[in-house]
Design a protein around this ligand. Structure first.
Ligand code: HEC
Length: 148
């Protein structure tokens, strides 16, 4: 990649963060858009596949798809689903979303063949700014029952 392009990309990245920060300065009525609304917008449209598609609007999880995995000895019917993430810790949330944060290594038991195949291989990578991740986190941990 040439240098100019890299500079341009980095500049854009920084700028996007500044702009979004200025939009979400505070949560009072005077602000242009609340963190809740901003997070909701990103949850639905995060510059990539919508989180809603796999996590449901309310972030409580849903069935995504199924597949069959055949080994020499066994056949596994695997169900891809997402879990409720409305009470996830900020740390776990950021670890999942931020490509620069080292992932935890999960030890799967021998029988957890489907889990091992699915984990980390279904959700696309996103390139969200810190501020955007925090807003999505704010939204999913505060979703109102009557939200549309
Ligand atoms: C194509 C489907 C898909 C999309 C789109 C998707 N996810 Fe996921 N996500 C999954 C699946 C499946 C899991 C569980 C397996 C795993 O952790 O890899 C998961 C796990 C997670 C977890 C980790 C939960 C935990 O217990 O640690 C978080 C947080 C999360 N998703 C947030 C998001 C956010 C925010 C978006 C949008 C920016 C998003 N996901 C988009 C499928 C998806």
């Amino acid at each position: 990649m040439n240098k100019l392009l890299i500079i341009f990309l980095v500049f854009n990245f920084i700028n996007a963060d500044e702009i979004s920060q200025s939009l979400v300065k505070n949560n009072d009525e005077n602000s242009f858009i609340t963190e809740y609304e901003y997070g909701k917008m990103l949850w639905k449209n995060p510059r990539g596949v919508s989180c809603v598609k796999c996590h449901a609007k309310d972030a409580k999880g849903k069935f995504i798809s199924k597949f069959t995995h055949v080994t020499r000895k066994n056949t596994y019917n695997c169900f891809v689903k997402s879990n409720d993430i409305t009470d996830i810790s900020r740390e776990d949330f950021i670890r999942k979303l931020d490509p620069s944060v080292k992932k935890k290594r999960i030890k799967f038991e021998k029988h957890q063949v489907c889990e091992k195949l699915i984990y980390g291989n279904t959700m696309p990578k996103y390139f969200l700014t810190k501020n955007e991740m925090n807003s999505i986190y704010y939204y999913i941990t505060h979703i109102k029952d009557n939200d549309e």
